[in-house]
Ligand binder design. Structure first.
Ligand SMILES: *[C@@H]1O[C@H](CO)[C@@H](O)[C@H](O)[C@H]1NC(C)=O
Ligand SMILES: *[C@@H]1O[C@H](CO)[C@@H](O)[C@H](O)[C@H]1NC(C)=O
Ligand SMILES: *[C@@H]1O[C@H](CO)[C@@H](O)[C@H](O)[C@H]1NC(C)=O
Ligand SMILES: *[C@@H]1O[C@H](CO)[C@@H](O)[C@H](O)[C@H]1NC(C)=O
Ligand SMILES: *[C@@H]1O[C@H](CO)[C@@H](O)[C@H](O)[C@H]1NC(C)=O
Ligand SMILES: *[C@@H]1O[C@H](CO)[C@@H](O)[C@H](O)[C@H]1NC(C)=O
Ligand SMILES: *[C@@H]1O[C@H](CO)[C@@H](O)[C@H](O)[C@H]1NC(C)=O
Ligand SMILES: *[C@@H]1O[C@H](CO)[C@@H](O)[C@H](O)[C@H]1NC(C)=O
Ligand SMILES: *[C@@H]1O[C@H](CO)[C@@H](O)[C@H](O)[C@H]1NC(C)=O
Length: 439
């Protein structure tokens, strides 16, 4: 299978492949089922991409035969399909990807957006007059089914990623999609470097410890009517306490037995939009893990309901500096599903290698427009930690420097003037005294 453009490459760097409308439907050779790779870029009249879609898809349909039996058929896409009807839409309607094939089968997905999100709506029409697929269908004609994909809206300006199989059920049609990379409403035609992960992908990374905590909390808090197997994975999220400053946590990562990353900070999650949450990270229930390298270092902070991951990197440029390059935020919410946002293109806390970074004032780290982290009383050193101690700190408050320097210069000048005046005075006094003596 030829894939012209690696997703990783596209996500990490600028466009790695030519800018052209590229639609590829491939038949995965397998005797058991047919799987199709879709790799599409839909462009507008000015050649700007409005929809990028790449996924594996598997369609199966249950139909009733003339003998009143229910039969299952897997849909076969021929080598040549038509994508007439794919477009970037207009003011009223969003981008559409349409695939026409065989005897009157039509699969399409159209995207709509709200202020903060976008979502696809699948329309699949199959024609039971197609005697290859439905040799003995009782009911002849075109049947259309509809379904939303993904089931929950995606945050705008993020790429939707889902490696696990997600089954979309619509009437008698099952559409399995996996290895999905998708973005509609691209900003200036380029894929975002922020992503929204599907729930299925998040599930395996559910940390073990909080589950135990959750069960304990459940037993404590509920009036023991829910003793069945309905184990909730996570306790309900705490209600936001506006204005309350988070407690400062002291965290470290070890390399063997010695500390290689030191951090001390108070953290507050601020998620806005459809899903909104203001939550302080509680150092008492947060565990730190991670790893240290010579050019990157990772700090994972896991609280009961959420996880914040930091990746620090040494700048590649001539001066040896490090910075906060990447952050992931995951909120495990049993009612509304797992929320995730990540950004690997950050540039915070720029510091000389060998030093630590500190900031007493509140700082806001913007991971995505609606995912922010407020940081309080920060001190951090992800590289070159010696004997478990922080090295010289670089302070974030530029203000101090800006005021401090003029004040120092002013004070020095004033001192100099005073010295000169004193010298003059003393000199004159001395001359006068000399004069008196001469008299
Ligand atoms: C779109 O861009 C590609 C390459 O950048 C070019 O080959 C193609 O002609 C362009 N199409 C239009 C309609 O301008
Ligand atoms: C694809 O569809 C077939 C039924 O036609 C099913 O058995 C198979 O598990 C599906 N594969 C995936 C990966 O969804
Ligand atoms: C879908 O399947 C059910 C039985 O599972 C059948 O009664 C119904 O007619 C089917 N609908 C269509 C549109 O084929
Ligand atoms: C799906 O992606 C995984 C890696 O993420 C890869 O190993 C696998 O081959 C892909 N499956 C297909 C059918 O492309
Ligand atoms: C949270 O973010 C929203 C939107 O950016 C902002 O209006 C609000 O002041 C923030 N709240 C805090 C406590 O930082
Ligand atoms: C979760 O969903 C419930 C019910 O839809 C809603 O009331 C609640 O505000 C949601 N929680 C968050 C944090 O958005
Ligand atoms: C953490 O624990 C300490 C001592 O057990 C307690 O004083 C403090 O209030 C706790 N902090 C939070 C945020 O619960
Ligand atoms: C952030 O999430 C992405 C996608 O799951 C992952 O590849 C990356 O390693 C994560 N980064 C950190 C610092 O955990
Ligand atoms: C960063 O490092 C990589 C490999 O070490 C190198 O290929 C690249 O040119 C460097 N970039 C800069 C801006 O120095």
């Amino acid at each position: 299978m030829e894939i012209r453009c690696s997703v990783a490459g596209r996500l990490l760097g600028p466009l790695c492949c030519g800018l052209f409308l590229f639609v590829l439907l491939l038949l995965e050779g397998s005797a058991v089922f047919q799987a199709y790779a879709v790799d599409v870029e839909v462009r507008d009249d000015s050649n700007v991409t409005c929809l990028y879609a790449k996924w594996m898809m598997n369609l199966s349909i249950i139909y009733e035969s003339e003998l009143n039996e229910y039969k299952s058929t897997a849909l076969m896409l021929p080598d040549s399909v038509s994508y007439d009807g794919s477009s970037c839409g207009n003011e009223a309607s969003g981008p559409v990807l349409a695939i026409e094939f065989g005897e009157g089968h039509l699969w399409s997905i159209s995207f709509t957006k709200t202020e903060n999100t976008y979502q696809g709506s699948i329309s699949f029409t199959y024609n039971t007059n197609d005697t290859v697929l439905f040799p003995d269908a009782k009911r002849k004609g075109q049947i259309t089914t509809f379904a939303n994909y993904p089931s929950r809206p995606i945050e705008l300006d993020t790429v939707f990623i889902c490696h696990n199989v997600d089954s979309v059920e619509a009437d008698n049609v099952t559409q399995d999609l996996w290895n999905v990379t998708l973005q509609a409403f691209l900003n200036e035609g380029s894929l975002s470097n922020m992503m929204t992960q599907c729930d299925k992908d998040m599930a395996p990374s559910v940390p073990a410890a909080p589950v135990t905590a959750a069960i304990t909390t459940d037993a404590d808090s509920t009036n023991s009517t829910t003793e069945s197997n309905a184990i909730r994975t996570f306790p309900p999220l705490p209600t936001p306490e506006p204005g309350e400053k988070p407690a400062t946590g002291i965290y470290s990562v070890k390399n063997g037995t010695t500390d290689c990353l030191l951090a001390s900070m108070g953290l507050q999650l601020n998620i806005t939009g459809k899903y909104s949450l203001l939550m302080n990270i509680d150092p008492n229930t947060t565990t730190a893990s991670g790893h240290c390298g010579s050019t990157t270092a990772v700090l994972n902070l896991k609280d009961t309901n959420c996880e914040i991951d930091f990746l620090f990197a040494v700048r590649n440029t001539s001066s040896e500096r490090f910075y906060l390059k990447e952050m992931n935020i995951t909120v495990f919410d049993s009612t509304n599903g797992t929320q995730f946002s990540g950004n690997d293109n950050l540039s915070y806390w720029d510091t000389s290698l060998g030093n630590s970074y500190m900031c007493r004032k509140e700082e806001t780290l913007v991971v995505a427009p609606s995912y922010k982290v407020n940081v309080f009383d920060l001190k951090i050193q992800p590289f070159a930690v010696k004997e478990g101690q922080y090295s010289t700190a670089e302070d974030c408050s530029q203000d101090v420097d800006n005021f401090f320097v003029p004040i120092m210069v002013g004070a020095a000048l004033a001192g100099l003037v005073a010295l000169v005046l004193m010298a003059l005075f003393v000199g004159r006094q001395a001359r006068r005294n000399a004069g008196y003596e001469q008299l």
